[in-house]
Design a protein around this ligand. Structure first.
Ligand code: HEM
Length: 261
């Protein structure tokens, strides 16, 4: 039996099973899933799509899809901060104005912290963490724009090309959060050629969660710390590890200084 099938997340699921049967609202995803299995079993309607093995794979998927992506985007954000100390000052001014230093930033502050949101979006654009998205295959023969694609043709979303296309992004290599702001300072909601979470039926399920997390990371970092290079000079260039599937930033050193309010 493959290792994944035998061991993956078994302990978490077994731990949750000790709380069953539950009567009230589920407290987390695992409880909700297990309760649904129980309910379908009771009604004689359990099919092969819901199972404990499926649950364990789902948990593994969520950890994989949500963990590396978000943590690498935070690393990109820190790298862009040390490349652009002047933008870091703008972010700090925004959090100081909106939140101050007596309480932690929260998601309720998000709508009033447009520059922080725009900075994060620009980091997502320029890092294009998944340069070609994830591969998908046609489930049947299709014709698109006059081209015929047989069943099982592999399709890739060219995220890198969309994010670096000068038609949509003048001077595309430049890190410029203002691209994501309307003239009145509000954040743009529909941005053509911006697909960090891909698009269509299989687009990232964690997009809203990721944007919430990234906002909180940036707002809290900027309230509490200043990030600098070890030389005191701006970091020369934000470079990633070049690969067609995955683009984390190249390793870099930095100093974290606590802000005195
Ligand atoms: C900055 C953070 C993130 C980025 C850049 C990102 C990006 C992506 C991309 C490009 C895809 C592929 C979509 C496709 O197949 O066309 C994807 C899929 C997915 N993401 Fe994310 N993601 C992020 C965070 C998260 C988080 C926090 C979660 C959940 C905890 C998550 C869960 C998923 C799942 C479950 C899928 C598969 C969706 C499916 O195949 O139907 N992601 N993500």
């Amino acid at each position: 039996m493959p290792l994944l099938e035998r061991d993956c997340r078994r302990d978490e699921v077994e731990e949750h099973k000790k709380n069953l049967p539950l009567s009230g609202e589920p407290e987390d995803y695992i409880e909700a899933y297990l309760m649904e299995i129980e309910e379908l079993k009771r009604r004689g309607k359990l099919d092969r799509y819901l199972s404990e093995f499926g649950l364990r794979l789902n948990i593994e998927d969520l950890f994989f899809a949500g963990n590396e992506t978000t943590s690498n985007t935070v690393r990109w954000c820190v790298l862009f901060l040390i490349c652009h100390p002047e933008l870091q000052e703008k972010l700090q001014a925004e959090v100081d104005n909106v939140v101050g230093s007596d309480r932690m930033p929260s998601l309720n502050d998000r709508n009033r912290m447009q520059y922080t949101q725009a900075f994060t979006m620009e980091a997502l654009r320029l890092s294009h963490l998944t340069p070609l998205g994830f591969p998908h295959a046609a489930t049947e023969d299709v014709e698109i724009a006059g081209f015929r694609f047989p069943k099982e043709t592999m399709f890739l979303a060219n995220v890198r090309r969309c994010h670096m296309n000068p038609k949509f992004w003048p001077d595309p290599e430049k890190f410029e959060p203002e691209r994501f702001l309307n003239p009145d300072g509000s954040v743009k909601t529909k941005v053509p050629s911006f697909i960090p979470f891909s698009f269509g039926k299989r687009q990232c399920m964690g997009e809203s969660l990721a944007l919430m997390e990234l906002f909180l990371f940036m707002a809290i970092f900027m309230q509490k710390f200043t990030f600098r290079t070890t030389t005191g000079l701006p970091h020369p260039k934000a470079e990633g590890v070049e690969s067609i599937t995955w683009k984390p930033p190249k390793p870099f050193q930095f100093l974290v200084e606590e802000r005195k309010h």
